[in-house]
Design a protein around this ligand. Sequence first.
Ligand code: PEP
Ligand code: MG
Length: 870
Amino acid sequence: MKYVFDFSEGNKEQIALLGGKGANLAEMTKLNLPVPTGFTITTEACLTYLEGQEQLSSEIKIEIQQHIEAMEQRAGKKFGDQLDPLLVSVRSGSKFSMPGMMDTILNLGLNDATVVGLAEKTKNGRFAYDCYRRLLQMFGDVVCGIDKNRFEQQLEFYKSKKNYQLDTEMLEEDWQELVSIYKDIFIEVMQKPFPQDPLDQLYLSVEAVFRSWNNRRAITYRKLHDIPHSLGTAVNIQEMVFGNFGTESGTGVAFTRNPATGEKGIFGEFLINAQGEDVVAGIRTPEPISELAKSMPEVYEEFLKYSDILEKHYKDMQDIEFTIENKKLYILQTRNGKRTAKSTFKICIQLVEEGVITEKEAIHRITPTMITQLLHPVFEPEALEKATIFGKGLPASPGAASGHIYFTAETAKQASDAGEKVILIRQETSPEDIEGMVVSEAIITSRGGMTSHAAVVARGMGVCCVAGCEEVQVDEFLEQAVCNGVTLKKGDEVSVDGTAGKIYLGRIPYVQGDEWALLEKIIGWAKKEMPLGIRANAETPEDIETALKLGADGIGLARTEHMFFGEKRIFEMRKMILSENKKSLIEPLNRLKEYQKDDFKKMFTILEGKPCTIRLLDPPLHEFLPQSEEDISVLATATNRTVTQIKHRIEELHELNPMLGHRGCRLAITTPEIYEMQVAAIIETAIELMQQNTQEKIVPEIMIPLIGSHQEMSWLRARLEKVIQEIFVSKETIITYKLGTMLEIPRACLTAEKITEYADFFSFGTNDLTQLTYGFSRDDSGKFISEYLDRKILPDDPFQHIDEEGVGELMKIAVEKIRGKDRTLKIGVCGEVGGDPQSIHFLNKIGVDYVSCSPYRIPSAILTIAQEKK
Ligand code: PEP
Ligand code: MG
């Protein structure tokens, strides 16, 4: 096996073997850029070393020696030569950049004899001894584990003794003296002197860099960034060039575009008369790179030329390290520069406009997380670091906000009306809380998962939300929240990070991420590449408008129950629920029908013929009844009933297992009048709009929830079609419509071919389907899911990311059965996983036609879908 590659042997594709730095050094060598000569010891050598006895094998040592000899020939200098010594740097470089996590040693090859040669040859003794003391310090730290501070303290002590402020004031004799102090530290700590043989120094350094792959900071960094521990690091040995040679030397780092804003143009800094680490370590304040244009204009021009070559070659913004030795420029490293989300968008757009990359390539450079960062506010990083955490929960809806907490929708609304920024905190929310939710900057719940009411509604509104904070005890009666001994009272200020699922004490400043123009461009490109359709889960005019603006093709799920919660509507709804007989249902239903028609008119008008799936009423009726004594008595007076009668009805409707109870199509089978009213409202509105010529063509898609058997579907279809036919007769018009169903009960998936006979389309409700397949309650599973995740019993929260193995298998079966019967029927996904980038790959694979999600998740879903296109 070959363990060592000269820079002239590799290329940029070999990052797994040579590491990012090594592969790019090889690539730049190929491009004939001024790269100091060198070679790379591979990651395989590292793994062999770490797996073996932690000793370099003689095989590897021989290869290293051969490459040193070749390097000597090219450089015209010898390693360990007492007159003109070759010096090298030893630097780590793994497949993924891990800035500052592993180690570097510079000036290797110096010893008591070669330092004299270097001083004479360069006629610069100060420089030579400065190099030597740096080697001692870095070697001591990296190879021997001597605390860096021991060296630093001695330097500081020495400078203060001499009354020096800066390192640059140190003279040759000073560095000489310090070298001898540093050598004493070696003897004191290691009980042996600093190794004088350059080859020994080299082997020991290579071993130390290999070992640094497993130092604590590197392991933590890899865990944090999901980098496998099994990769190992390569080591680059490169001829030293010296930025600390004098005032016509220097070292610096520059980006080819601004990494924070994306603006085009060199952005960076440099230090005159300094060596690599000085820039990073912040010992002296570097100067902006524009200063280089003044002090060394030819060098600056040359640097511009190389950075242009590199950016064009790599087709991306580069982060370049360079050194100038006596006005001669060397490039030491290049890599794709790290940047903010905003800058990523800007740079991608610029590169497409400049013809460097294609639109498709640009789409692949953007991640869903970047879109979230671009659209939602984020806390200022420095402020966040200092903030005190109050509690944690699920990252239910992204964004950042601060405000005063209130425990009921009513008090939140009052405080908001009084001009306060409010955050609603509750055990869980229900549709009744909607007014409080609408005015809140953020929503916190102690119960409920990623598909709980709070999570779904907050995502729909684009408001940040942390749901299911099980560790926080929320007492709505006492109006206090307690977590780990800290008690928050009504009106206290907190900050909520919905992207991370964290709640902090007090106010944290945030930056607004509102970059429509950038997003629009990328979404426009992505929409040309969509193998799957994208629709929105939305029902209010505002949400529908937002959804269309963000790129939705139409509506995949309009939950009509959300339309029954206005003050007047809920009253009619309650009257309907309290009806003693079918006859008394009619009046409140008729009034509700008018409200519904009004809603549908707005929807169809905004949608201008785009597809619109309207789901008929789904929740059990008890959700619409009042709970507090006060509300019950108001209802009693308004409906001419006694409080006892109302309570009796509430008792009758009480559900032990509401999610498994009298809801969805089951409700429609016992009280078909509700769905009949809704269907009439939909069809009549569509006909009226078409007759008034305000809309050319509307094809309403009416969706029945919770179907478990084809008998339910056929029974309801017959009832509803009868209503539709009657409308056609009375309006003397026939329109096209579709009657379909959700697939959210496992039995429906398993018998989908039978249901196909009565359904014109399908949409997977993965929220209920997951609940029923796993037997996990949507509202309560947060309690144990986090522990399941900690113990790796579950890889992910199945309400957040599709459970491919179980729920996904049922979906696959259903799709096959439906397609086997009729290939033309549309199949969508409207559960929360429809907007989850991690799930979209699977959903595309099983062959659904579109996904539907809350408006603010649409852009990242579009991007993910476009990335699916081969
Ligand atoms: C579902 O169950 O996935 C769904 C979309 O319906 P809901 O969340 O309203 O029950
Ligand atoms: Mg459902």
